[in-house]
Design a protein around this ligand. Structure first.
Ligand SMILES: [Zn+2]
Length: 168
């Protein structure tokens, strides 16, 4: 499987190249959505990009979702037939690269503190959470892929700081 190509350096393989805008329109569109989710969850992380390993003797060109540095893990894309399919595939690949790079689950369900999984639910590409372990806390869709930014922030009680009183 091509998943392993970037994880082990194969001396015989050609250098990867940056994929140009428009070469893979479905993946471009999907990556833009996933980058929106990245920007709201890990603001310090630069947007992800597509890189391709050119065709070689026994392999077709294959595309990975990579960091801006070219680093990619377990992120090979399988050709998609629809935007929905592309969104799930790109989100999955982005998750592979980011989880390995950040050394933590990405993205998180802020309700359960669990890693979300990309999957199509009722025809909608979604970030799905396995839910809590207690009864009555079932699996749920946290947000559509690309729409994590529309979620409300977890409510945290504002602590009054008495020491700040009277400073204005
Ligand atoms: Zn959850």
């Amino acid at each position: 499987m091509c998943d392993d190509v970037l994880m082990f350096a194969f001396p015989g393989l050609p250098e990867p190249r940056l994929v140009l805008a428009g070469e893979y329109p479905l993946w471009d569109e999907a990556l833009a959505a996933v980058n929106r989710d990245l920007a709201v969850t890990v603001p310090e992380q630069r947007p992800l990009r597509l890189i391709a390993y050119p065709e070689s003797e026994d392999l077709d060109e294959h595309v990975h979702v990579a960091l801006s540095t070219g680093e990619a893990h377990d992120s090979c894309l399988i050709p998609a037939e629809s935007v929905a399919e592309a969104l799930v595939a790109v989100a999955d690949a982005a998750q592979g690269t980011l989880t390995e790079h950040l050394w933590r689950a990405w993205p998180l369900c802020t309700l359960h503190d669990l890693g979300l999984h990309p999957r199509e639910v009722d025809g909608r590409p979604s970030w799905w959470c396995a839910g809590g372990s207690r009864r009555g806390d079932p699996a749920h869709v946290r947000a559509a892929i690309g729409e994590l930014g529309t979620l409300q922030r977890p409510v945290r009680p504002h602590r009054k700081r008495p020491e700040n009183r009277g400073l204005r």
